[in-house]
Design a protein around this ligand. Structure first.
Ligand SMILES: Nc1ncnc2c1ncn2[C@@H]1O[C@H](COP(=O)(O)OP(=O)(O)OP(=O)(O)O)[C@@H](O)[C@H]1O
Ligand code: SF4
Ligand SMILES: [Mg+2]
Length: 324
């Protein structure tokens, strides 16, 4: 059963134009950050969203929580039309869907103790009566395996991994139904990444959370997600059960990504999604299938027709004219 259902979401940003462009009357351009994305998030699952840098993962996440207003499309959360929510209903939605960001330091107030930060989240949303806040703060710290005395300390006294635990505790404070984590471990040392990933998995299991986990690291996706959506230039090109897709990817882009995983390229972030050739500019995405300039099996039709995300005779959806 779907908790969150996304239909045809698009988001474009106006591109900055130089003076010369303006004087010469060159047309305004837009970054096609998210194009026609449809997606289901099922209750209790971990859904991975993966793709190269700039493919629109964060923009999509921000549209889902209305940090960006999409230009088109609809979002349904637990039966409610998210883009139409206002007043108390919007506040209830803001409570039920929480985001965890890549850099927990910039999202924590450096002048507030951890206890005050968590207490504030509890107070804003009236989660527990005031008198119970200290007890609830202790429970939250315990849930993310931080010492009780963390409540009296300030963010700078913690390591990156511990700070991410605080960020997770703050998200959990309001008892959300859905957590959207945008690259929550990519700023951390490889040695602490596994501990945070395991914490997410443990919490998901214990609390029955629904989790959207955004990452450029395919190894994390394989390890911890039930289903995965692969993005390319703002679109989802393949979505389905993680184990099955890793065993037999159907989209040429997914195939290339999975093949590229074991190669450690100098200068690349570990496990980063990367395939041959340059990623085209989202200012001017190629016509037809946006992957065609890099696709080893592209045909003439691929330059003209945008492939829809469909089952195409298989067990999960893929956006490739040659699939099936
Ligand atoms: N606020 C903005 N204004 C203008 N352009 C933006 C804005 N946010 C994102 N973009 C552009 O939209 C595209 C998608 O960016 P986005 O941050 O969603 O990608 P991403 O997949 O999260 O990348 P990364 O892996 O680097 O985090 C990029 O070309 C980016 O430059
Ligand atoms: S539609 Fe064509 S270009 Fe696009 S992935 Fe499939 S074969 Fe390649
Ligand atoms: Mg991002």
């Amino acid at each position: 059963m779907s908790l969150l259902s996304v239909r045809g979401i698009s988001k474009r940003f106006p591109a900055r134009r130089g003076m010369v462009d303006m004087l010469r009357g060159r047309p305004k351009l837009a970054v096609h950050a998210v194009e026609q994305v449809s997606l289901e998030v099922f209750r209790g699952e971990t859904l991975g969203i993966v793709g190269e840098s700039g493919c629109g993962k964060s923009t999509l996440a921000r549209c889902l929580v209305r940090l960006h207003e999409p230009d088109a499309g609809a979002i349904d959360f637990d039966g409610a039309d998210v883009l139409g929510l206002a007043g108390p209903e919007r506040r209830a939605f803001n409570r039920r869907v929480q985001m965890v960001f890549q850099d927990p330091y910039s999202s924590l107030n450096p002048r507030m103790t951890v206890g005050a930060t968590l207490g504030e989240a509890l107070m804003v949303h009236n989660v527990v009566p005031k008198a119970e806040i200290p007890r609830r703060v202790r429970e939250l710290l315990d849930l993310v395996h931080l010492m009780e005395n963390a409540a009296e300390r300030y963010p700078h006294e913690f390591s990156g991994g511990q700070r991410q635990r605080i960020g997770i505790a703050r998200a959990l404070a309001v008892e959300p139904s859905l957590i959207i984590a945008d690259e929550p471990v990519s700023a951390l040392d490889v040695s602490v990444q596994a501990a945070i990933v395991n914490l997410f998995m443990e919490l998901q299991d214990r609390l029955g959370l629904t989790l959207v986990f955004i990452t450029h690291d395919l190894r994390l996706v394989k390890h911890m997600t039930h289903r995965v959506a692969v993005m390319y230039l703002g679109r989802i090109v393949e979505v389905g059960p993680t184990a099955e897709i890793f065993a037999a990817p159907r989209h040429p882009y997914t195939q290339a990504l999975i093949r590229a995983v074991p190669q450690v390229k100098p200068g690349r972030r570990s496990g980063e999604a990367a395939v041959m050739g340059e990623l085209p500019s989202p200012l001017n995405p190629p016509p037809g299938c946006a992957f065609h300039p890099r696709c080893p099996v592209a045909t003439a039709a691929c330059r003209e027709t945008v492939p829809g995300l469909e089952a195409r005779g298989g067990a999960w959806d893929v956006a490739c004219l040659l699939a099936g």
